[in-house]
Ligand binder design. Structure first.
Ligand code: ZN
Length: 371
């Protein structure tokens, strides 16, 4: 049997969760749904009021009698910052407790393991706080997304082929960030951000189609990291035996065929321009896109056969996929052994900054789980 303390904790958690999920709800509705007495509800609400996590936001219309107060969740009680480091860019976002972006900025700034870079990152954190007009004391922490395999401690990098100097980033940033901070794998961050915003979906694979190809397995609402932290690394599965060389040192990897640079290299690194030319009928770009979709369909079909769950297309290319989904689905259906309409393939919610948001969500999650 549950102890009195456990019951209290469970009640507190449930009261919080229902207000968080509904955003705005009356006291009597909470009592009805949770089957708790009004004094119990009042006691729990008082604790949440004290922490500034809820507030009274007007009243609900009623058909008679006293109007019920609307209890609302204060999404701005705390905030979290996400930073996404890639080879040539750095992004910063600030999110509230609903994971909504309050401010975001992306700068072209090549990574260098130097004081000047870390100082720029420090300035970026300060800039994001200032532009968001929030009190620094309400910021829970800074989550930093990097293209690397990161250990469970969110400090140690165990594999980093793209930007080797990032291996010591956690220690290198000591003294530059005064808030709590941690480092996270970029694809896992992107996947987690998508999962967060699609609460009805519990299992999914996030395919990150950026200048490198990554992925994240999300099972039962959590990132499945694997026994050795490299689950979801679809980028280095083999698409063509003895095919094109991959930066990892092997040949024929998915990355060599499905990274965004295969497309943007045709337009001086400008992916937007590439898709404009595809739509305008440019032969070279069209041919590159046809080939890309062909390989992407193979990858998606393989993933579906292994996991049989929603597959979210994210990363740089994912942001442009909406228009081409019918075609991709057709290609997957043609290849599929099983009867499907390929409706499990979906475009991403975040067309940009998914990785930064996902990194920031770490501190939001931590905070909410402790309530
Ligand atoms: Zn590879």
């Amino acid at each position: 049997m549950a102890s009195a303390i456990e019951i209290k904790k469970k009640n507190r958690r449930n009261v919080f969760q229902i207000i968080y999920d509904e955003r705005k709800i009356s006291k009597s509705e909470i009592a009805k749904r949770l089957e708790l007495s009004m004094p119990t509800i009042a006691q729990n609400l008082s604790g949440l009021f004290d922490k500034n996590l809820i507030y009274v936001d007007g009243t609900f219309d009623s058909t008679g009698g006293r109007k019920a107060q609307a209890i609302a969740f204060n999404a701005g009680a705390r905030y979290s910052i996400g930073i996404d480091i890639t080879k040539n860019h750095i992004s910063g976002v600030l999110i509230n407790l609903y994971g909504e972006i309050i401010y975001s900025v992306r700068l072209k700034f090549r990574f260098q393991s130097k004081d000047s870079y870390y100082t720029e990152l420090k300035n970026l954190v300060e800039h994001v706080i200032k532009k968001s007009e929030v009190d620094e004391k309400s910021v829970l922490g800074v989550g930093i997304s990097i293209p690397a395999i990161v250990e469970k401690d969110n400090k140690t990098v165990s594999y980093i082929p793209i930007i080797e100097e990032l291996a010591t980033i956690y220690d290198d940033l000591r003294g530059y960030i005064s808030l709590p901070y941690g480092i996270f794998n970029d694809s896992n961050c992107g996947g987690y951000a998508e999962l967060w915003h699609q609460k009805q979906v519990k299992n999914m694979f996030y395919l990150s189609l950026s200048n490198s190809v990554g992925g994240a397995v999300l099972l039962a609402n959590e990132v499945y990291n694997g026994e050795r932290r490299h689950s979801g690394e679809i980028g280095h599965t083999t698409l063509e035996v003895n095919g094109r060389p991959c930066y990892c040192g092997k040949r024929g990897c998915v990355d060599a065929y499905c990274n965004a640079q295969n497309l943007s290299n045709l337009t001086d690194g400008d992916l937007k321009k590439f898709f404009e030319l595809v739509d305008a009928g440019d032969e070279q770009c069209k041919a590159a896109w046809e080939e890309y979709l062909y390989y992407l369909a193979v990858v998606v079909n393989n993933l579906n056969n292994i996991l049989d769950c929603d597959i979210i297309l994210g990363g740089y290319v994912g942001g442009y996929m909406e228009k081409y989904m019918d075609k991709l689905r057709r290609l997957v259906v043609e290849r599929s052994t099983f009867k499907t309409d390929a409706s499990f393939i979906r475009t991403c919610y975040f067309t940009h900054e998914a990785a930064a948001v996902g990194a920031a969500l770490y501190f939001v999650d931590e905070f909410i789980n402790e309530i």
